[in-house]
Design a protein around this ligand. Structure first.
Ligand SMILES: NC(=O)c1ccc[n+]([C@@H]2O[C@H](COP(=O)([O-])OP(=O)(O)OC[C@H]3O[C@@H](n4cnc5c(N)ncnc54)[C@H](O)[C@@H]3O)[C@@H](O)[C@H]2O)c1
Length: 436
């Protein structure tokens, strides 16, 4: 977006992963996002370059955005909760090694609060006395609407040291965003507020989903309708209408990781009650995913063994091909444990990715799992359909035709509440939504 909006700024995207860089330089970008192809095409070769020359690009840069992955740690202290900062540290060491001119280092990755200190210490201990300023500039874009979010952000947050050097670095970064973002939308804070705000923003968003999902279960038990409840409470301006959509559960690479990281930080700083409070957001999400799969088994007369189940959608949400932490993974696994024959269809996720995500890297895929090339194909001969991703095309499928080709009774479980359950029931389906 910077390259697209500011033709006088040269942006070089570097990655150690050569295959990814090759894809960024090809006609098939490695990420599917509406509008992304146009943005890349507008600037690539002009002032936007993709390269594997990490050291060369760092040496030449005035500003370095550190955007590496910060996954949940899988080993040692904090395993399963803390952020793994090895990639951040490795970049800091590379910067220290190659920087010969002053630089502004921008934390773009989502990181635990006070990570800037780590970067500063590594630079100070290893650098060649080159003055670098570390800023925090967390990214708030949502996958699926990334280009629109970058083009027109609710806010840009920049944190830095409140010293003359820090203020100057902040002003430089503000001047980059000011090319296309209104000044009142650019917020500047101290470093720690900025670092923490990203984790807190994701925790609040995830909490809203877990809250409405918790209520969805109560709706099912009582005869209330979760969409009606969401509409009624969302009209309260203190609550607001957005992000109150009940579903099979949230996914994506960020929500779970960031909430767990926040919870771990609370514990680290001696606040176990706060840690437990936030951790419950993730527990509720896990419960909702398993509840959805469990409901399918229960409703299909307590057995799905050898029954064909069509799973529509595998990406963690529509308009992305990202499957990280997708609810579909847990739903499919639960159904396979019950010996269902699961057929998945997703318009953007390749078959190999689906098989790999469910079974694990290097593991022979479960023979009960297969991938179809259309929704119609997936549903043919199925006992039940589970809608797991809210792709628009699932709203307008010819459900009457699909029903005709299914085993009877034919079941449909809409994990995103995107279909008209009454119409599906008229066709003959036994239809179930979330919180309905
Ligand atoms: N994906 C999102 O929507 C999103 C939104 C906001 C914030 N974030 C944050 O941004 C960060 C990156 O997320 P992502 O989804 O792009 O992760 P990703 O895993 O898709 O990409 C990270 C890339 O960094 C590269 N890398 C790792 N170490 C490197 C090094 N030393 N030098 C050069 N390249 C290196 C990896 O090869 C990889 O391609 C995370 O901290 C994430 O929390 C992501």
């Amino acid at each position: 977006m910077i390259a697209h909006k500011a033709s006088d700024i040269t942006v070089t995207v570097v990655d150690l992963n050569a295959a990814r860089i090759a894809a960024w330089n090809s006609d098939t970008l490695p990420i599917y996002e509406p509008g992304l192809d146009e943005v890349v095409r507008s600037a690539r070769g002009r002032n936007l370059f993709f390269s594997t020359d990490v050291k060369g690009a760092i040496a030449a840069a005035d500003i370095v955005f550190v955007s590496v992955n910060t996954p949940t740690k899988t080993y040692g202290v904090g395993a399963g909760r803390a952020a793994d900062l090895r990639y951040i540290e490795s970049v800091a060491r590379t910067i220290a090694e190659v920087a010969t001119t002053p630089k502004i280092i921008v934390e773009k990755s989502t990181i635990p609060v006070r990570t800037a200190t780590t970067i500063q210490e590594i630079l100070a201990a290893n650098g060649k006395a080159v003055k670098c300023q570390v800023l925090s500039n967390p990214e708030f874009l949502a996958e699926g609407t990334a280009v629109a979010d970058l083009m027109n952000p609710d806010r840009v947050l920049i944190g830095g040291e409140r010293t003359p050097e820090g203020e100057a670095a902040i002003a430089t970064l503000v001047s980059v965003y000011a090319r296309w973002v209104a000044p009142e939308r650019i917020i500047t804070t101290n470093l720690w507020s900025s670092e923490l705000s990203k984790l807190v923003a994701n925790a609040f968003l995830a909490q809203r989903i877990s809250s409405i999902n918790a209520i969805s279960a109560l709706c099912e038990a009582t005869g209330a309708d979760v969409d009606e409840v969401a509409n009624a409470i969302g009209k309260d301006s203190r609550i607001g209408a957005k992000f109150l959509k009940a579903s099979v559960g949230f996914g994506g690479s960020c929500f779970q990781k960031d909430v767990l990281n926040l919870s771990y930080l609370c514990e680290h700083f001696g606040l176990p009650e706060v840690a437990t409070y936030w951790e419950s957001v993730v527990k509720m999400n896990d419960w909702q995913k398993h509840r959805f799969a469990g409901n399918i088994v229960k409703t299909l007369f307590n057995t799905v063994a050898d029954k064909r189940i069509a799973v529509l959608g595998f990406a963690f949400k529509k308009d992305t091909n990202d499957t990280r932490e997708s609810a579909a993974i847990d739903v499919v696994r639960d159904l396979l444990v019950e010996h269902a024959n699961v057929v998945v269809y997703d318009p953007k996720v390749p078959a190999a990715e689906i098989l790999h995500d469910v079974s694990g890297k290097g593991v022979t895929p479960n023979p009960r799992l297969s991938v179809a090339s259309s929704a119609i194909e997936a549903c043919a001969g199925a006992h039940a359909i589970a809608i797991v991703t809210e792709w628009d095309e699932f709203k307008t499928l010819d459900y009457a035709k699909i029903f005709a080709g299914m085993q009877k009774p034919a079941f449909i479980f809409d994990g995103r509440n995107i279909t008209n359950l009454a119409k599906l029931r008229e066709i003959g389906f036994r239809a179930f939504g979330i919180g309905k």
